[in-house]
Design a protein around this ligand. Structure first.
Ligand code: C5P
Length: 222
């Protein structure tokens, strides 16, 4: 069957990446985590003392580094130049700062170019905030994944503890809500459901149920 493009957007910690990875694996498609790219730049900015509100400095920093998403033994690794930053980009500090970095149009333009290169041949599952509305507007399948803030915070809390990070549920709820607010209200490509996207509420649904729903939507298009 033909190789299509699948865009999965939605707010923070809605389960997009978990589901997208499985869908990609089942279909033999590549998985592209666009959030990881914004996180990589955020990490580099923190390391170089670049202000997350300074668009020009961030854009300069981005032009001097390479960000690569590399599948290794079925897991997606993230590299800045030759350095594996897959874990370093998941710290609470990066998470708190990334939405400020992602507001700037100079940053987004460069990221979108990179993302479209990955998507050019189809056979891709890409997750983010603006994939269906901006990066892959012609994607055959567009999913907008949502879940309650409580459930999303709970999931992230468990994930944090598992990764050995300190975690406080109430703080997490606030951080997730703040990040969604910044992502939804920014001027450039805000978080928004594409008109032709299918809404999928994952609250109290199993990962497997959500995967099956997406696969059945894909089946209709291939
Ligand atoms: O998906 P993840 O939570 O890793 O994304 C981190 C942040 O990167 C988001 O909160 C958002 O600010 C930004 N982002 C974006 N556009 C995308 C993907 C992520 O603005 N396509």
């Amino acid at each position: 069957s033909k190789k299509i493009s699948i865009a999965i957007d939605g707010p923070a910690a809605a389960g997009k990446s978990t589901v997208a990875k499985i869908v990609a694996k089942q279909l033999g498609y590549i998985y592209i985590d666009t959030g990881a790219m914004y996180r990589a730049l955020t990490l580099k900015a923190i390391q170089n003392d670049v202000d997350v509100n300074n668009e020009k400095e961030l854009s300069l920093l981005l032009s001097k580094m390479t960000i690569k998403l590399v599948p290794e033994n079925g897991v997606q690794k993230v590299y800045i130049d030759q350095t594996d930053v897959s874990e370093a980009i998941r710290t609470p500090e990066v998470t708190r700062n990334v939405s400020f970095v992602a507001k700037h149009s100079l940053v987004r333009e460069k990221m979108v170019d990179l993302q479209r290169e990955y998507g050019v041949d189809g056979g891709v599952v890409m997750d983010g905030r603006d994939i269906g509305t901006h990066v892959l507007v012609n994607a055959e399948v567009k999913i907008f994944m949502i879940a309650s803030v409580d459930e999303r915070a709970q999931r992230r809390h468990i994930e944090n503890l598992k990764n050995g990070f300190e975690s406080n549920l109430d703080v997490l709820k606030e951080e997730i809500a703040t990040r969604d607010k910044i992502d939804s209200e920014r001027e450039v490509s805000p978080l928004k459901k594409a008109d032709d996207a299918v809404s999928l509420d994952s609250t109290s649904k199993s990962i497997n149920d959500v995967v099956e729903e997406i696969l059945s939507i894909v089946k209709e298009k291939t």
